[in-house]
Design a protein around this ligand. Structure first.
Ligand code: ATP
Length: 227
């Protein structure tokens, strides 16, 4: 695959937590609309890979490009803007602002990007409906279940119409029906809106909905399967 086609490209990414090496040179590319599942045993480096792709961790070596831009070469504010507008991130824990109503949590990326408040709230409400929690728009995350906050996190990740969606165990707090519904929302973002979707998952059903599965072992790609 040529680099110019990829909307997300990791090239020989390495990352260590002090002496604990989590990634030993991982390369992958995602094209627009492509869905890739990252799997592997606990501790193999899945979350570290996602956090590097999201810019939450800075790799020790290797490069990450989003929409053809080398993330490390950007100035801090440009990098923050790229992340805010082009990348939607669904983490396992804690990315919602605890005391902020869901509607404001979901609208936040748009407000930070200078969108007008009414318009931002309208888009946020639309996404809360799509993930099935419009009735909770005025509730704050601390009043909600793990599954409800996970739905809100997906709404917030998709509200800007990102080119790249990164999701760490996006259905982990939901029962199988709720998980399937939320997975469908993420897959639609890829299939109909052309976002590249990279999902970390332990769940074989989630992995089987991807176009490709990348299995990690000890910080390296053990194998890659087209599904
Ligand atoms: N904050 C940290 N400090 C030190 N070591 C860490 C830290 N976070 C992760 N590690 C180590 O890095 C390696 C990769 O961890 P990572 O969380 O990326 O794996 P994972 O595949 O996502 O695991 P899981 O499936 O259990 O979430 C593991 O050996 C882990 O113990």
């Amino acid at each position: 695959m040529s680099g110019s086609q990829a909307v997300l490209e990791l090239d020989r990414v390495e990352y260590s937590y002090r002496r604990n090496t989590a990634l030993r040179g991982v390369s992958l590319q995602l094209k627009p609309g492509e869905v890739v599942a990252v799997t592997g045993a606990s501790g193999c480096g899945k979350s570290t890979l996602l956090h590097c792709a999201a810019g939450i961790l800075t790799p020790d070596a290797g490069t990450i490009q989003v929409d053809g831009q080398d993330v490390a070469a950007l100035r801090e504010e440009e990098r923050a803007r790229l992340r805010r507008t082009k990348v939607g991130i669904v983490l396992q824990f804690g990315q919602l602002v605890p005391d902020l109503p869901l509607i404001d949590n979901v609208a936040l990326p748009l407000l930070l990007d200078g969108h007008e408040r009414g318009e931002a709230h309208l888009s946020a409400m639309n996404w809360l409906e799509q993930v099935g929690i419009a009735d909770d728009a005025d509730a704050v995350p601390t009043e909600l279940s793990g599954g409800q906050t996970q739905r809100a996190a997906v709404a917030r990740a998709l509200v800007t119409g990102p080119s790249v969606v990164l999701a760490d165990e996006p259905t982990g707090s939901l029962d199988s029906q709720g998980g399937q519904e939320l997975l469908d929302v993420l897959l639609q973002a890829a299939r109909y809106r052309g976002a590249a979707l990279l999902m970390v998952t332990h769940d074989n059903l989630v992995a089987s909905s991807a176009d490709r599965e990348i299995r990690l072992r000890d910080g390296l790609i053990q194998h890659e399967v087209s599904l």
